[in-house]
Design a protein around this ligand. Sequence first.
Ligand SMILES: NC(=O)c1ccc[n+]([C@@H]2O[C@H](COP(=O)([O-])OP(=O)(O)OC[C@H]3O[C@@H](n4cnc5c(N)ncnc54)[C@H](O)[C@@H]3O)[C@@H](O)[C@H]2O)c1
Length: 444
Amino acid sequence: MNLAVVGTGYVGLVTGTCFAETGNNVICVDVDLNKLEKLKKGIVPIYEPGLEAIFERNIKDGRLQFTSDIKEAVRKSEVIFLCLPTPQNGDGSADLKYVLGVAEELGRFFQDEPGIGFKIIVDKSTVPVGTSDKVRALIKKHAPRFDFDVASNPEFLREGMAVEDFMKPERVIVGTSNEKTRKILDKLYEPFVRSGNPIYFMDERSAEMTKYAANSFLAAKISFMNEIANLCELTGAEVDKVRAGIGSDSRIGKRFLFPGVGYGGSCFPKDVVALVNTANEKKYDFKILRSVVEVNKRQIEIFLNKILNHYNGNIKGKHFGLWGLAFKPNTDDVREAPALALIEKLINNGASVTAYDPEAEHNARVVLGEKIKYAGTSYNAVENSDALIIVTEWNEFRNPDLEKIKSLMKEPVIFDGRNLYDLDTMRENNFTYYSVGRTAVIKK
Ligand SMILES: NC(=O)c1ccc[n+]([C@@H]2O[C@H](COP(=O)([O-])OP(=O)(O)OC[C@H]3O[C@@H](n4cnc5c(N)ncnc54)[C@H](O)[C@@H]3O)[C@@H](O)[C@H]2O)c1
């Protein structure tokens, strides 16, 4: 099948590459000329495990191309995937200017070239309920007689696992009321669900809601567990034991039960707020979700307070080594990363920071610039520090040389926002160790 992917970011690039991998001809479109230059040179502009190999193979085989010319891409393609940003507006709603801007562009193009045949526009961006209808109406406004359809196909890939998630999705959601569209998308996704995972066909609005409901539910699970962790600290319970105890209940499940410094990333923060906004528009007070947002904001403050309390409220002049800038491991994405918010707070309180991240330094630099120092290794980051702060649970942080760390630091103090270490190990190695939902270990 000939496909166009409009927007070649984390979702678009993975979508385009994986569809090319199953034999389709894919043209990826973007307006970012720097990004396109890299892509055309065969450079993957993001860190995503497993992507490079299939990216290179499909470019070499001629199935994956890149362009800034949306018309050329659309003219040649039967299905057009919109993988455009939907950032948060000031009022919390999803900003649809990219999606609706491209819909407008497509409408004008279809008006100018009515003979290019039936097209399916598939929205993969996370968009509020009713957006498919808006896209359809915009195209129709310009090209009322053009033969096209608009479907919703929200994406569930996780950064860091994106290729695996796309190639073997737990489920595919397709929102369409059109039988022809259904057949084409069924055929397109057939190679990805061969092991029996379902494709759920539904109407467009339900598909749009499914994506928000999924992200909001997962965010709620994280906020719930963070509240349990906070209460464990106040009552003397240990959250690891509680987590194991409840996670073995299949109704609850083991995943998304790890407390920490709060969720971040390019999806959960904006999607939860957007769903609250949708509810508000319908005059419905979505109480649980409003609390999910509040709890998440508070969680980073609670972590900061742990640091402040250790120094009797004053961290002026203190120097911290900090591990992890990406919003989660295995990605270089720092959008809404808790580390960046924490760093700003530490600096505002007069502290200095040297940070290390295996992949995200280049993106963090764009946001933080020279406000902090960047280290080339995890050990360099802790040199001469008053304490180590851990924000992202990269695997390489899980089993460090604790004697070496201690010898490099001024004081053996760790604030661990991800519960990476065993409390006994910290006691045996004479660290002062604060984590989340667990007893603090205070060096004698
Ligand atoms: N990142 C994720 O893990 C993830 C997962 C599921 C769903 N989503 C959703 O998918 C959508 C895209 O997310 P992303 O993380 O890939 O965003 P992104 O910012 O990484 O990529 C978007 C791309 O679109 C390009 N673009 C902007 N305007 C354009 C235009 N007019 N024409 C062509 N290209 C244009 C940008 O230059 C950028 O490369 C969002 O709605 C997001 O919520 C993201």
